[in-house]
Design a protein around this ligand. Structure first.
Ligand SMILES: [Zn+2]
Length: 415
């Protein structure tokens, strides 16, 4: 159903009701009892999170304990009613060949180990049914998505191995092109997907690995949609009509994903939410560049350090007025735009927690009920909010699982 704006009197009435206050809350964190109830009832799924880098690089990080830094850990996920999280398996685009494979396997192992070490809190999940079971057991479903097709090292067997280890989506590229697909943030080299790239999409369909079109060039996007026999996802992309970044989706792309039956999961990164922030951060000068350079030198190859320090530097720059302040309600603006263009059945949440610069007011997963509250205030029906929070991605997972089961019977397996 199409959302509508409530008359002001009704909105004020909702705000006048006694508000539920998030623990460790800041002014503006209050949500209505109705929003709290709906949020608790819904299965909330986030399809993109980079905490895996902390699991690998930060030996002091305990995901089961409340941490002072970062965006994600079990206590804050529970507080924010986050029921399922896709841990990203990510290696920078310039790491290729066997070193990329080794690093991907290290990360997959780290997610498996986190679930093994915290069986009371986390449940390793690979299907929509697993996610529902975890929610019923009051555990957080830990899923895995791969960010960048370069990690298959141009070898279909590795794609099958990753799938066997539990990886359930793969962005075809990361920031740079690989040998078979063009990225949205690189110069086109293949005019979209090569013949091998098209076979990768077919094999992902057969394996039940969701085809993720976040990060890909617009032509790669349309090539992938032309081939896939299952719905696709954008695991962490926002709307280009609001912030003109090539990582975001145009309105035509949003409509194409809706037609395909897929889902676009809105990214919370300040530079993808706000056009002003994007333009200003691309023009960064003087002290910010110096601090960024000093940071990457300090962090070396430690990707957990790099992303967390980048966020700290961006937030400092916002506080000093060197970058525009981006607030969390921008997330809701993007959700609302995507819903208006693609429909409420095709939008979800893909935060990029622990891998990006969160907007002010969405400092960690504990703040998520504010999104539910804001959607209700905008007049969204409860059933549509439930779909956006997780129902849509669960539906797509089930469709992809069914498509894989019927494709299993086809004898031809590309190599
Ligand atoms: Zn990404």
């Amino acid at each position: 159903m199409r959302p509508f704006l409530l008359p002001a009197a009704l909105v004020c009435g909702a705000l006048a009701a006694p508000a539920f206050v998030l623990s460790q809350s800041a002014p503006g964190d209050q949500v209505s009892p109705r929003a709290k109830q709906l949020h608790d009832r819904a299965i909330v799924v986030d399809t993109h999170d980079d905490t895996t880098q902390r699991l690998v690089f930060d030996k002091t990080f305990d995901i089961a304990a409340r941490n002072k830094n970062g965006n994600i850990d079990v206590p804050r996920m529970k507080e924010g009613g986050l029921d399922a999280l896709f841990f990203s398996i990510w290696v920078p685009s310039d790491v290729t060949g066997p070193p990329a494979v080794k690093r991907a396997l290290d990360q997959i192992d780290a997610v498996h180990e986190a679930a093994r070490l915290h069986p009371g809190e986390l449940l390793l999940a690979t299907t929509a049914a697993d996610v529902r079971r975890a929610a019923a057991e009051h555990k957080i479903a830990a899923l895995m998505g791969m960010e960048g097709g370069h990690m298959i090292d141009d070898d279909m067997r590795l794609l099958r191995d990753y799938a066997a280890l539990g990886v359930r989506y793969m962005t075809l590229t990361h920031f740079k092109n690989n040998n078979w697909a063009d990225s949205s943030t690189d110069k086109p080299a293949h005019n979209g997907l090569t013949a091998f790239g098209r076979d990768v999409v077919r094999e992902m369909n057969r394996l039940g690995v969701m085809v993720d079109i976040s990060h890909v060039a617009d032509k790669t996007f349309s090539d992938a949609l032309a081939i896939t026999t299952a719905p696709v996802i954008a695991s962490h992309s926002s709307c280009r009509a609001i912030a003109n970044h090539p990582r975001n989706m145009t309105d035509d792309m949003l409509r194409a994903v809706a037609k395909n039956g897929g889902v676009v999961m809105i990214n919370y990164h300040a530079g993808f939410l706000s056009e002003e922030f994007r333009v200003a951060s691309e023009k960064r000068s003087g002290s910010i560049v110096e601090s960024m350079n000093a940071m990457s030198k300090r962090c070396g190859g430690n990707e957990a350090c790099t992303t967390m320090e980048s966020e700290r530097i961006d937030h400092e720059a916002m506080a000093k007025g060197e970058l525009p302040k981006v607030t969390w309600d921008k997330i809701v603006e993007h959700i609302d735009h995507a819903v208006k263009v693609a429909g409420a059945d095709h939008v979800g949440l893909g935060s990029d927690f622990d891998g990006a610069t969160m907007p002010l007011g969405m400092e960690d997963a504990s703040k998520l009920p504010k999104i539910t509250d804001a959607l209700l205030t905008r007049g969204y029906a409860e059933k549509d909010v439930e779909k956006i929070l997780g129902g849509n991605i669960l539906r797509v997972m089930e469709q992809v699982e069914r498509a894989a089961q019927s494709a299993e019977r086809t004898p031809k397996t590309p190599r």
